[in-house]
Design a protein around this ligand. Structure first.
Ligand code: 8IG
Length: 273
């Protein structure tokens, strides 16, 4: 399937702007306020936060395509929150490991900004390095290590990432659940999981959570002026931290098991934003 972002001469911000226009037309909502990308385990929160105004097939929105990953949905939903604000749920995450380039990976962030959003909530399923995190533990992302060696930023634009995962938003999340732990997220390219040696490397570098998304999306979100809230669901202990090998099926099951609990948590956090 062809994607306009694959044309190197195309301007990704122009395509994001077109995408935002299509979303506005199809939803009837001219401006959205909060965008969210729901990763493994978090999808149910879309059903809890408010009234769905429109469900748009991602394939109908410029720059988006159907998800290639089993268990990932590919729709864009416009939801009216009880506060009167409008949320945009981007269910069409493209992972860096799919090999379609960084522009496609961060198109959701750029579209969110073009649609008027001020806050971007990025969620994911990930591996935990802290043994105290039982499978199914939600963790606030406090910072990240981008281990992909890629950047969504093109050209000499030296974007500051000092408070990338907004302390203000993390503090709001903790008013909902004061027991929420936080940690540094390290994005690996994947799609293979880490070796135990790589997990030890990540740990010694200061990481607490390992995954295959979010960091690039967060950088692009910041470039576009969005305030970022990051949440990981630690579905499994990272390789070698637990004695048992990782299986995608078990990871999905852990996500499903935790889903009602963490989706309710996220829905409550959103009411405070
Ligand atoms: I869910 O242990 C999930 N995603 N890199 N490592 C990496 N990504 C993940 C993991 C994990 N668990």
């Amino acid at each position: 399937m062809s994607n306009p972002l694959d044309d190197p001469k195309a301007d990704p911000f122009e395509i994001a702007s077109l995408a935002a226009q299509v979303i506005a037309e199809k939803s009837g909502i001219a401006k959205h306020d909060i965008a969210m990308t729901l990763g493994s385990g978090w999808a149910k929160s879309a059903d809890l936060i408010g009234e769905t105004i429109a469900t748009i097939d991602a394939a109908d929105v410029p720059g988006f395509t159907k998800s290639e990953v089993v268990g990932h949905i590919s729709t864009i939903r416009s939801i009216l929150l009880p506060s009167g604000k409008h949320a945009l749920v981007l269910g069409a995450r493209t992972h860096y490991y799919e090999g379609h380039g960084v522009r496609r990976v961060v198109h959701g962030s750029r579209t969110a900004a073009a649609a008027g959003c001020k806050i971007m909530i990025l969620t994911n399923g990930a591996g935990g390095i802290k043994t105290s995190w039982a499978p199914g533990t939600p963790v606030l992302i406090s910072d990240h290590i981008n281990f992909t060696s890629a950047s969504p930023i093109e050209g000499a634009n030296f974007v500051d990432l000092t408070d990338l995962y907004s302390l203000r938003l993390r503090d709001i999340a903790r008013t909902v659940d004061s027991s929420l732990d936080e940690g540094v997220y390290m994005q690996f390219r994947g799609p293979h999981y880490e070796t135990p040696a790589e997990v030890q490397m990540a740990k010694s570098m200061g990481a607490h959570i390992v995954g295959m998304s979010t960091a690039l999306e967060a950088i692009a979100a910041r470039q576009s002026g969005l305030e970022v809230l990051g949440l990981s669901l630690s579905t499994n202990l990272a390789a070698g931290i637990s004695a048992t090998p990782l299986s995608h099926k078990e990871v999905l099951e852990a996500g499903k098991e935790a889903e009602p609990r963490i989706s309710a948590l996220l829905a409550e956090i959103i009411t405070k934003l």
